[in-house]
Design a protein around this ligand. Structure first.
Ligand code: S3P
Length: 441
């Protein structure tokens, strides 16, 4: 297990950097490749640990996967929906909630038994939210601890009953699992979302020709007989760009151009929140591919003020809340984040992990059942922070250490690879030399 030793960064952040590729879109492109007949070519694939878990799961279904990491490319050859076969062994989604939940939906349509497990963190994450709706669709499915946790078993019959499901939590992972299962439906299925969450699966399924219709949160899918393979060119990940934006916004004199960031409006709640905080950024070269917005973000040092993050915004910036909390601690005034109880069931209990970490850096923060109250601005003192094995917590506190007054040790940073394998290299490229990673004894 390695730890990061972070000294305050005394320079300014300047330059241009290509945004690391999008994890959410990479999972979806890989799964859709597996469901399509023919060759799917994916450019801009994220070779992060979570997406590698997805590739190994689809290989186990008999899909051919060729990877070209140097070129950021993956080529998938599949016989499509009807050709996916029962895996010979238990599938391991490792740390990836997206992989296990999407696989649960896909396994529902495959004839035979699929068993899904994950690492220690994933085996503590809630699964009833996918089990119950899939069971209503006639799928034989169950999980450990009275259907609460992985491992999961799914015994698919080659088709599912048409279903109508109202999501209890605004979760894009659950929504997508159900959208994938609905592809094997014996008729039209509908999913109702209480609040909008990321809509990449809808965009990408429509792009490959699946009859899918969305109207005021009601999504209707008609099962296609077959899906023909397409190609994808994926943009960068705003959830990873957020760490670099935080540095540029909080280090006086900084200005940074982050190239080719995905800007789907269901992912950009973080940008809207920064606007309210007085964050200075501009989107340049805005364009659209397969229904997904993308562009370059130019961001500069800004004098930030506090804001309130409301419950309906949470799904639109769910993964950015840890770094937003660090930014809020540097902003003038009290930031209130509410309706964020979903953060308790992510890779770690993120509300606890953020509050604990900020407190150990001397920040006045209150942990609420469903959120955080952060009193800024605060000069971060030195200390040791736990990542709880959670990639976004680790990167948030490495950023905090760079913004601080004294040295910070962030424990267990191997997890950074889960979403952003080039994080340390990218910091180096931007001239940040004050982070060293060492083996913890
Ligand atoms: C994701 C959806 C979100 C997010 C996760 C990726 C996705 O989870 O936190 O990192 O790719 O669909 P929920 O939809 O369960 O909130």
């Amino acid at each position: 297990m390695r730890r990061a030793l972070v000294s305050p960064f005394r320079g300014t952040l300047q330059g241009t950097i290509l945004c690391p590729r999008d994890k959410s879109l990479s999972h979806r492109a890989a799964f859709i490749g597996a469901l399509s007949e023919g060759e799917t070519s994916i450019n801009g694939f994220s070779f992060c640990r979570d997406c590698l878990a997805t590739l190994s799961c689809i290989r186990a279904l008999g899909v051919e996967v060729h990877t070209f990491p140097e070129e950021g490319k993956v080529v998938i050859r599949s016989g499509g929906l009807s050709a996916l076969r029962e895996p010979e062994d238990v599938l391991n989604a490792e740390n990836s909630g997206t992989t296990i939940r999407f696989m649960a939906g896909i396994a529902s349509g495959i004839r035979g038994l699929t068993v899904l497990t994950g690492d220690e963190s994933l085996r503590r994450r809630p699964m009833r939210r996918v089990i119950e709706p899939l069971r209503k669709a006639g799928v034989e499915i169950g999980g450990r601890g009275g259907d609460r946790f992985p491992p999961l078993f799914i015994r698919g019959k080659g088709s599912v009953l048409p279903f109508h499901h109202v999501l209890e939590v605004p979760s894009a992972q659950v929504k997508s699992a159900l959208l994938f299962a609905a592809l094997w439906g014996e008729g039209k299925s509908t999913i109702v979302e209480p609040l909008p969450s990321r809509n990449h699966t809808e965009n990408m399924l429509r792009y490959v020709g699946v009859p899918l219709h969305e109207d005021h949160g009601v999504i209707t899918v008609e099962p296609p007989r077959r899906i023909s393979a397409s190609s994808f060119d994926l943009p960068g990940d705003i959830s990873s760009a957020a760490f670099l934006m935080a540095l540029a916004l909080c280090i006086p004199g900084s200005s940074l151009l982050i190239q080719d960031v995905g800007l789907n409006p269901t992912r950009t709640g973080f940008l809207r929140c920064l606007e309210r905080m007085g964050g200075r950024y501009r989107v340049l070269e805005r364009r659209k591919t397969f229904g997904e917005d993308r562009g370059d973000i130019f961001v500069e040092y800004s004098e930030l003020v506090a804001t309130s993050v409301e419950p309906e915004e949470i799904p639109l910036l769910i993964d950015e809340i840890p770094i937003l909390a660090v930014i809020a601690a540097k902003a003038r005034g009290t930031t209130v984040i509410s309706g964020a109880q979903e953060l308790r069931v992510k890779e770690s209990d993120r509300l606890f992990a953020i509050a604990r970490g900020l407190q150990s850096l001397g920040v006045n923060v209150e942990e609420k059942e469903d959120g955080l109250v952060i009193h800024g601005p605060c000069a971060f003192r030195g200390g040791t922070v736990q990542s709880f094995g959670d990639h976004r917590i680790a990167m948030s506190f490495i950023v905090a250490g760079l913004l601080g007054e004294e040295g910070v040790a962030v424990e267990d940073v191997d997890c950074v690879d889960v979403s952003y394998p080039s994080f340390f290299t990218d910091l180096g490229k931007l001239g940040v030399q004050s982070v060293t990673v060492e083996e913890a004894c």
